[in-house]
Design a protein around this ligand. Structure first.
Ligand code: IYR
Length: 226
């Protein structure tokens, strides 16, 4: 085992719980996440920036390839920018729904009931535009190759969604394709690839969710213990 030296420190602050407490916490988190839904009807009720900042800090704590943290979260709250993003996204979505998607894909989406109209992109208080960085490094200004970029940004996004849910924020993963317009609107360099948009806010009163999304595979179907 490593001992403390110039490059390592002792694992500090890691929580240790009695076994019954471990199970209680695991089940409590599972219960909490069980009420997470992808929401497509948002309220315009504001959400303060400090709540979003805390959630993004959680996302930024994710493990990543060589700890390069190859992500950037452009948190868009300005009405004009949200409108610009909605316009550009809807233009792509119109192409998608009117042919680009193909029959099989549209068939798979039918039970969710989505279409090219995305009014919630303006109604929701925040659009968190997530970018993946091909190059970077640990320290500001570094220009090194990044590794496992999609895995890393995917993990960070998962933590962000969980953090939002814990804070009482509804979210929607939105991926218009292509999303290159986000670089211009969010003022991000060409070397960054838009990963997805996370819509965040309070759900609208009376918001509906598709029954299809309530079907979750049982443990036996998603896991094996070998
Ligand atoms: N981006 C489109 C289409 C879409 C695709 C998948 I896969 C979904 O799970 C949901 C929607 C849209 O947002 O409508």
């Amino acid at each position: 085992m490593k001992t403390s030296d110039d490059t390592h420190v002792l694992l500090d602050g890691f929580p240790h719980y009695p076994e019954d407490e471990m199970l209680r916490r695991a089940v409590a988190f599972q219960e909490s996440m069980r009420s997470r839904r992808s929401v497509r009807q948002f309220s315009d009720k504001p959400v303060t920036r400090d709540i979003i900042e805390a959630c993004v800090r959680t996302a930024g704590s994710a493990p990543s390839g060589a700890n390069h943290q190859p992500w950037f979260f452009a948190c868009v709250g300005s009405a004009e920018k949200k409108r610009e993003i909605r316009r550009a996204a809807e233009a792509e979505e119109r192409e998608f729904y009117s042919g680009r998607a193909g029959e099989e894909w549209l068939d798979a989406l039918a039970p969710i009931g989505t279409d090219a109209d995305k009014p919630y992109m303006e109604t929701a208080p925040w659009l968190i535009c997530i970018f993946a960085q091909r190059r970077g490094g640990v320290r500001e200004g570094e220009d090194r190759k990044n590794y496992y970029i999609h895995e890393s940004v995917g993990i960070a996004t998962g933590l962000l969604i969980a953090a939002c849910h814990e804070a009482g924020l509804a979210t929607l993963v939105h991926t218009p394709n292509p999303m290159k317009f986000l670089n211009t609107i969010c003022d991000r360099p060409e070397t960054e690839k838009p990963f997805l948009i996370l819509v965040a806010g309070h759900p609208a009163e009376g918001a509906m969710v598709p029954k299809h999304a309530l079907i979750k595979k049982p443990l036996e179907e998603i896991a094996a213990f070998l």
